[in-house]
Design a protein around this ligand. Structure first.
Ligand code: ADP
Length: 191
């Protein structure tokens, strides 16, 4: 397998540090880090029609609907930089999205290589969120995002575990240590 030929999903609750780790690993592997949260936030900032459609849902800590996300992710994964490998941060977030991803991968005859779960105790997640200061980081929204994660996204942990793809890492450690464990867990020959 070529270094770039790698398809990875990052899973974890809000504020687990998965975005930070996704960026570090993608850079090391030379694959694009695709953060759906960032894509949506820039759409909102740009005032695009996508941005207008997702703004309110995001602000209240809820999930953008699966159909719209399917369009967003299909479009992004069809771009040339993602054809030989990618790291997804923030997708899939529901069982329906996981099925969409399988369908997209099936269409290009590819498989996921690893699903990295970065987790941390709930009190750590809440404390971090309150220090971050993003618009969707107000306390009631933080709790709503955690609730939505537990209800809609956490079931994906089992889904990927049965497939033998899950790599579990504690996000409650220094950034460098988490990064080291992430690399070791996927057998990356970097760093
Ligand atoms: P964090 O990394 O803090 O968990 P993100 O930056 O990934 O959060 O996402 C921010 C918001 O964008 C989410 O709360 C949600 O409203 C929306 N969003 C991002 N990805 C998805 C997705 N795959 N499905 C539905 N909504 C999404």
């Amino acid at each position: 397998m070529a270094a770039a030929d790698r398809r990875i999903v990052f899973l974890g609750p809000p504020n687990s540090g998965k975005g930070t780790q996704a960026a570090i690993l993608a850079k090391d592997l030379g694959i694009p880090a695709i953060s759906t949260g960032e894509m949506l936030r820039s759409a909102v900032a740009a005032g695009s029609s996508l941005g207008d459609r997702v703004k309110d849902v995001m602000t209240r800590g809820d999930l953008v609907n699966d159909e719209l996300m399917a369009e967003v992710i299909r479009d992004r994964l069809s771009q040339s930089d993602a054809l030989t490998g990618f790291l997804l941060d923030g997708y899939p977030r529901t069982a329906v999205q996981a099925a969409t991803l399988e369908e997209i991968l099936g269409g290009i005859n590819a498989d996921l290589d690893d699903v990295v779960l970065i987790d941390a105790p709930e009190d750590v997640l809440v404390t971090r969120a309150l220090g971050r200061g993003r618009e969707d980081d107000q306390e009631h929204v933080v709790h709503e995002r955690l609730r939505v994660y537990r209800e809609k996204t956490a079931p994906l942990i089992d889904f990927y575990e049965v497939k033998g793809l899950l790599r579990r890492i504690s996000g409650d450690q220094p950034i460098e240590e988490v990064a080291r464990q992430v690399k070791a867990s996927i057998g990356a020959e970097v760093g």
